[in-house]
Design a binder for this molecule. Structure first.
Ligand code: FMN
Length: 325
């Protein structure tokens, strides 16, 4: 008898598919639809740190270089109130039987942190911290990694629910960062956050945003780092995110060591029906291969068998390009 059950952040999921944080998880109705479609868990849309701070009456730093950003946040905050987020968490946890993970998009361990306790009290099973920091200026200092650790340390002081950290891949050494996040108390990491992708309009000579959705080829970066990280870090769950558009990607990421697999663009593009397509195909594949549980093949193809993953990568690089005439 094949079972797709998995645990993530200490929570029991019927299957490894999680609906990522997005507009698809911003109402109890949508979350109930996802549950009906067979999703294993949901990450609710994110609250922004700025929203929490401004609602709490803390002034946002207006001295920053981008007054238009300040105006945007102020208007956004007015339209979204914190009580409605807590209501969303409460209703989802009361009305569904799947794990409900709340989400906060943050960049510091500032005043907002206390609000995490209220999210816990509203019934969230776990909290995902979408840490959105980009060092992109000569003025930025070198404490990029430390900011992540500080956020986790402070949040873990106020909540007892499990915490996962959704990070970008802009680190010097992702494996060390994940290991340190675990040391600070994180139960999981989400590899990776997808930042907005810039483009340039050459007629108007202006910067624009490119497609909000990922494409299937985005999978490979996720796959690489899930495989490298899971091979070297224990006792921290990895949720793979970005570029998952089909069922074979789900299998690849579990083979690479993911505990769960998050989907977002694929849900937007195909609708909720893709959930059962993915789980059915996963079951069929497991049946063919003689696997009864995800544990039977999770991490089978991670990089732990290689003594030096960096060297392995380098050899692959040499083979890849030198064999292509
Ligand atoms: C319309 C839209 C809204 C999103 N909103 C959030 C959000 O509120 N919080 C968050 O952590 N990620 C957000 N994301 C990012 C997704 O959760 C996910 O990390 C990203 O789309 C990559 O996954 P995918 O390749 O499956 O799309 C959003 C993505 C989209 C397309």
């Amino acid at each position: 008898m094949i079972s797709l059950k998995t645990s993530y952040l200490g929570l029991e999921l019927e299957n490894p598919l999680i609906a990522s944080s997005s507009g698809l998880t911003n109402s109890v109705e949508k979350v109930l639809e996802l549950e009906k479609a067979g999703i294993g868990a949901v990450v609710l849309k994110s609250l922004f740190e700025e929203q929490i701070n401004m609602n709490a009456g803390n002034a946002m730093d207006q001295s920053q270089d981008y007054p238009e950003a300040y105006d945007y946040v102020k208007n956004y905050v007015r339209s979204e109130n914190l009580e409605s987020y807590l209501k969303l968490v409460r209703e989802c946890s009361e009305q569904t039987s799947i794990p409900v993970i709340a989400s906060i998009n943050c960049y510091s361990g500032g005043e907002w942190v206390d609000f995490a306790k209220r999210i816990e009290e509203a019934g969230a099973d776990a909290l995902e911290l979408n840490v959105f920091i980009m060092n992109a200026s000569l003025k930025d200092d070198s404490s990029f990694d430390d900011k992540h650790y500080e956020i986790v340390r402070k949040v873990k002081k106020v909540v007892s629910i499990p915490v996962s950290v959704k990070i970008s891949y802009y680190f010097n050494n992702i494996v060390k960062v994940v290991d340190r996040l675990k040391g600070e108390g994180a139960e999981g990491v989400v590899l990776f956050n997808r930042f907005y992708q810039p483009d340039i309009n050459i007629d108007k000579l202006e910067l624009t945003a490119s497609d909000i959705f990922s494409v299937p080829s985005d999978l490979h970066n996720t796959l690489r780092w899930v495989a490298i990280t899971s091979g070297q870090t224990d006792h921290i769950d990895i949720s793979a995110s970005t570029g998952v558009h089909d069922w074979d990607s789900v299998i690849k990421l579990i083979l690479a060591g993911a505990q769960t697999v998050q989907v977002c663009s694929a849900l937007y593009k195909n609708g909720n029906g893709i959930v059962s397509q993915m789980t059915t195909a996963l079951e069929e594949w497991m049946n063919q291969k003689g696997f009864n549980t995800l544990k039977d093949f999770r991490g089978k193809l991670n990089y732990s068998n290689s003594e030096d993953p960096a060297f392995y990568e380098r050899v692959q690089f040499m083979k890849y390009y030198s064999s292509h005439k």
